[in-house]
Design a protein around this ligand. Structure first.
Ligand SMILES: Nc1ncnc2c1ncn2[C@@H]1O[C@H](COP(=O)(O)OP(=O)(O)OP(=O)(O)O)[C@@H](O)[C@H]1O
Length: 327
């Protein structure tokens, strides 16, 4: 079966005062129907820019998608005109962000904000949209929905606002929900509730989720398939069970040394010395070589390609470049 979305060699660049930054460097992956794909990696590895590129939110002159394709249900999103893309973005692909406040209009009542996509994209009249908005608020686990309809965003807690964002995101029955760190700003108990809610909707509706996180606890809870990014590239990917049981890349192994606990940032977990290289000074090499305990000469001068390892996983590491495995 064709995947719902197929991203092929996506590259996204930004033009900064110091030079060109390749934030996403030839990234390829697929999302199947009903599947949750998690992209995980440290701050700055290109997770958010991958999601923004899919949503058509990287715009010139600051940056641009410099290459590749994003095939969604038979069409390349990068080749669509703005109106068609806007309609797909409203109906079939929805997005929620870490900070719901930044996506909600502070001077518009919650009810109006939930009703808007229903009237615009589903062409409901006001009465239908109001009834549906109340239904959606109830579905995301909020009691007294009429009262919430008349509230402004600043009157609600972070967890409530994220529930409202989910209500808006699922209102048009999307095929794909992109969630960029949706629980990072919340405390752990609320995080678990929000993740449960997302999982429930996924199971009921069959939608797919692209979930971006730096929290391996969230990955363990939610993912079917995991993509590990480092410096704009995928260094390892695979099914969640295979990847957690048998991580292959030295970076993934470092991350998974301790049991993932929800709420813990990768940056806290990862204790190998050294820093992620500057995106302005990347030489052809394995970008992880400076921090890697297995670094060989070849790692300093040539870039390993992502390749199958036989267990359904893919890894970009010179240790696995030959049939023989060196570790
Ligand atoms: N608007 C921008 N202008 C210039 N550089 C940018 C811009 N947005 C992102 N970048 C750069 O692109 C790279 C990838 O950033 P991205 O936000 O995707 O990282 P991330 O993995 O999502 O990190 P975080 O978890 O901190 O959001 C970084 O080097 C970042 O500095």
């Amino acid at each position: 079966m064709e995947p719902l979305m197929n991203i092929d060699r996506l590259s996204t660049v930004f033009f900064t005062e110091d030079g060109k930054v390749t934030a996403v460097d030839e990234v390829s992956f697929s999302i199947r129907e009903g599947e949750t794909v998690c992209i995980v990696g440290e701050s700055g590895c290109g997770k958010s820019v991958t999601a923004m590129s899919v949503m058509g939110l990287v715009e010139e002159p600051g940056g641009k998608v410099a290459g590749g394709s994003i095939n969604f249900r038979g069409e390349d999103l990068l080749r669509l005109d703005k109106n068609t893309l806007r309609s797909i973005r409203g109906n079939e692909i929805a997005m929620i962000f870490q900070e719901p406040m930044s996506s909600l209009n502070p001077v518009m009542k919650i009810g109006e904000q939930i009703m808007e996509p229903l009237t615009v994209h589903l062409r409901m009249n006001k009465k239908q949209a109001r009834a549906q908005a109340i239904e959606l608020i109830t579905q995301v686990g909020i009691s007294r929905p009429e009262q919430i309809m008349d509230s402004y965003p600043h009157e609600l807690s972070g967890g409530m606002l994220q529930r409202i964002m989910i209500a808006i995101a699922i209102s048009c029955g999307p095929k794909l929900l992109i969630a960029d760190e949706p629980t990072t700003a919340l405390d752990v108990t609320i995080q678990a509730q929000i993740l449960d809610l997302l999982r429930g909707f996924k199971e009921d509706s069959g939608m797919s989720i692209l979930l971006i996180t730096h929290d391996l606890g969230v990955v363990a809870e939610m993912a079917d398939y995991v993509i590990v990014m480092y410096s704009g590239q995928i260094v390892e990917e695979g099914g969640v069970v295979e990847l957690f049981q048998n991580p292959k890349h030295p970076y993934t192994r470092g991350l998974l040394k301790s049991k993932p606990v929800m709420g813990q940032r990768l940056e806290e977990l990862y204790s190998i010395p050294g820093q992620v290289p500057s995106p302005l000074a990347l030489e052809p090499s394995c970008y992880f070589h400076d921090r890697c305990g297995h670094c060989m000469d070849v790692c300093r001068t040539r870039q390993p390609q992502l390749q199958e390892t036989g267990s359904g996983q893919k890894v970009a590491c010179w240790l696995y470049e030959e049939a023989e495995v060196y570790v």
